[in-house]
Ligand binder design. Structure first.
Ligand code: NAP
Length: 301
């Protein structure tokens, strides 16, 4: 049995079908809302993951050998203004899960972010020293630390700029495509660098490292390091749409509530070497999105 907390997340939408397809594991899904997985190996639980007792009772009853935590407060600006909620989800929840998995002698897999770094000299490896500059990054770093301290049999996988096929929650690609489609002007920062991660690659890293005996810290980011502005232009070019609505802006000009680290990106050689896989670059990721859209055209209309 594998328990997935935050099963309704963007990452969950890729990971759950992959686990059902590629393993024989039963899945216990915890979410704030019912999810449409009609499968004999899926147990769905609608719970408030911030309720420690409910969390404990639900997971203890299933006795999983692994718990994968995908729940988080991921809105960076909201984390700055709603600090208690950010701490509850990004730290206290992780602490509770680490304790539950330790008692069960289960493995804990937790997902973190490149925002634990200050963005002065990315890209970063697993041995680079974190120095978060906003509350999201601080809370995620505290979550990493509490995970490792709470359960020695744990994995922390850092990722960045997740994108993939159109799903419920719009990602960067969808935001750009919607703007291109409707010819709505957008301003995109040209000084925030990262390596966008195709969601199926992240799901594969989580699944394969999770099912292995490996523990510790791993980075999982895509093959191309580029600014958000260059990524937006690539999306327009790939889908043959007019890029004239995309204009460049600096992070300073945008003046968002939370400070943003600039030169980020995650060197993912350790995961790629251990798993003998390559995380795809953006051309390949956009090709995968196009293939998905063609395959699922009926459902998407
Ligand atoms: N998206 C990115 O580009 C990115 C970049 C770096 C790191 N990460 C990390 O990767 C992990 C997965 O990210 P994601 O983008 O897949 O997540 P996501 O789509 O933002 O979903 C996060 C999930 O957390 C749960 N959640 C959020 N707010 C909640 C609340 N107030 N109460 C209860 N549950 C709540 C929800 O789960 P349910 O819907 O199941 O209730 C939600 O679907 C996170 O740890 C994130 O920090 C993401």
């Amino acid at each position: 049995m594998i328990t997935i907390v935050g099963a309704g997340s963007t990452t969950g939408a890729a990971l759950i079908p992959m686990l059902l397809e590629e393993t024989d594991e039963k899945l216990q899904l915890l979410s704030s809302r019912p999810l449409a997985y009609d499968h004999e190996r899926v147990q769905m639980h609608v719970v408030n993951v911030r309720d420690k007792n409910v969390l404990k009772q639900t997971i203890m009853a299933a006795m999983p050998q692994m718990v994968i935590n995908l729940a988080a407060m991921t809105n960076v600006d909201k984390c700055e203004s709603e600090r208690q909620m950010a701490w509850d989800l990004n730290v206290t929840l992780v602490e509770n899960l680490a304790r539950i998995t330790r008692v069960l002698d289960a493995k804990m897999v937790h997902i973190s972010t490149d925002y634990v770094f200050d963005g002065t000299k990315g890209p970063y490896t697993e041995t680079s020293v974190p120095n978060p500059i906003n509350y999201y990054g601080k809370s995620k770093l505290a979550g990493e630390n509490i995970c490792v301290a709470g359960n020695a049999n744990s994995l922390v996988i850092r990722t960045n700029v997740i994108y993939g096929p159109p799903r419920e929650r719009p990602d960067f690609v969808r935001w750009v495509l919607d703007a291109l489609d409707s010819q709505t002007p957008i301003r995109v920062v040209d000084d925030q660098i990262g390596n966008p991660t195709y969601v199926d690659d992240l799901a594969e890293v989580i699944m394969r490292l999770g099912m292995s005996r490996r523990t510790g810290l791993y980075h999982a980011g895509g093959a191309d390091f580029l600014s958000r502005y260059d990524f937006a232009l690539k999306i327009a070019e790939f889908f043959k749409l007019d890029p004239s609505i995309i204009s460049r802006v600096t992070t300073a000009e945008l003046a968002q509530p939370a400070r943003r680290p600039l030169r980020l990106g995650l060197i993912s050689l350790k995961a790629e070497t251990d798993l003998r896989m390559r995380l795809r670059g953006v051309d390949s990721g956009l090709t995968s999105i196009r293939q998905y859209v063609v395959r699922h055209r009926e459902e998407l209309l």
